[in-house]
Design a protein around this ligand. Structure first.
Ligand code: ADP
Ligand code: MG
Ligand code: MG
Length: 355
């Protein structure tokens, strides 16, 4: 039996989403092959071992139960993160971080697993960090002439020094509407679409609450197209799907709280050559950022011209049974439980290769 550490929660704005993804993963894994070990990370960053009911992961009840267990038996339930070599390895044989956003999807926890010599699922340190930073990823894509939209990277100190001058520069370079994003985030947290200078000012202030690195982009009139990539050195792309957002753009609310009004369409209704282009660019981008294991690669398809733009790579995409990434692989004939096993197998393979 492989002791599979499912790591959920985390210190990011996407804590709740992680609880949903992790619950789905735990329910689906083959219990004859894997012994799931639940490791929850609180919003404050405390690591807790949890062996209560799976149902209390999603509703957040796990935290109190895990804290009570720890208080009664610290020997049994204590996990040390520092000095992880001994302690984490005592608990698990493989780590599956089902975390989204900073401190989970960004290479930090992957670094911890590397240090602790624990094989893990998904991208390594570089791939995770590079894909998490939208500014850096766009520069790398640009170097290889992958199609990206017009954009401008800024950092907080520039704005602090001379806000008006920066605004002037932005307006000269980018037409409204302008998307303003924290470079390191996900789930649309901190993102706004600004249609004029006043909205741009507010959008910059909001984005700066999340990151000192920002990216501003020309707002495209577009369809949202996504594909999944799976593999280490010979990655392959899944089917191509489309998101039909319930709001003006695919905001945090549209993603998770709009009563399921945002729709997923698989396969996306696209000309064959567009589907082919999307899948090819996805694999190339994945390799460029040194991704491995799996990732979801997101695109914009401009209305009217049908021009394809790569937007971002998500190295730990939403992972419930109804999320885009697993559905794209199910469409290709790889059902959800087998997809998880494949990710674990790829993690072990990479671990062996790097030894
Ligand atoms: P996140 O990592 O938070 O998902 P994205 O870059 O994907 O960040 O942006 C979130 C959403 O905002 C996208 O799914 C899309 O709806 C909208 N969006 C972002 N950038 C643009 C753009 N340049 N043009 C049009 N829509 C955009
Ligand atoms: Mg993202
Ligand atoms: Mg996105």
């Amino acid at each position: 039996m492989i002791r599979l550490g499912v790591i959920f929660g985390g210190r990011s704005g996407e804590h709740e989403i992680s609880l949903m993804s992790a619950t789905s993963v735990i329910k689906a894994i083959d219990k004859n092959k894997f012994l799931p070990v639940f490791i929850g990370i609180t919003r404050e960053g405390k690591w807790l071992l949890y062996d209560g009911p799976v149902e209390h992961i999603e509703d957040g009840g796990w935290q109190k139960l895990a804290e009570e267990a720890l208080a009664t038996d610290p020997e049994k339930y204590g996990i040390t993160v520092l000095g992880a070599q001994k302690s984490l390895k005592d608990w698990i044989d493989f780590a599956l971080p089902v975390l989204h956003g900073p401190y989970g999807e960004d290479g930090t926890i992957q670094g911890l697993f590397e240090m602790a010599d624990i094989p893990y699922g998904g991208c390594g340190v570089l791939g995770s960090a590079a894909a998490m930073d939208k500014s850096l990823a766009k520069e790398v894509f640009a170097k290889k002439e992958l199609p990206i939209c017009r954009h401008l990277s800024l950092y907080k100190e520039e704005l602090d020094e001379n806000f008006d001058r920066v605004i002037g520069r932005v307006e000269k370079y980018l037409p409204y509407p302008i998307f303003v994003k924290p470079a390191n985030m996900g789930s649309s947290v901190g993102i706004s679409k600004a249609k004029n200078r006043e909205e741009l000012t507010a959008a910059l202030e909001l984005a700066m609450k999340y990151d000192r690195r920002l990216i501003l982009e020309e707002g495209l009139d577009c369809r949202e197209i996504e594909t999944g990539v799976l593999g280490n050195y010979r990655p392959e792309a899944a089917a191509v799907g489309e998101i039909l957002p319930s709001a003006e753009f695919y905001s945090y609310e549209a993603k998770y709280f709009d009563g399921g009004m945002s729709k997923i369409c698989i396969p996306a209704d696209l000309p064959d050559e567009v589907t082919k282009e999307v899948r090819e660019i996805a694999v190339e981008a994945y390799r460029l950022l040194d991704c491995c294991g799996f990732a979801r690669v997101d695109f914009f398809l401009e209305r009217g011209t049908n021009k394809v733009y790569i937007n971002e790579i998500n190295t730990i995409p939403g992972f419930t049974k109804y999320s885009m990434f697993p559905l794209l692989w199910a469409e290709k004939g790889l059902p959800y439980p087998e997809l998880i096993e494949k990710i674990i197998q790829l993690g072990f393979e990479r671990y062996e290769d790097r030894k």
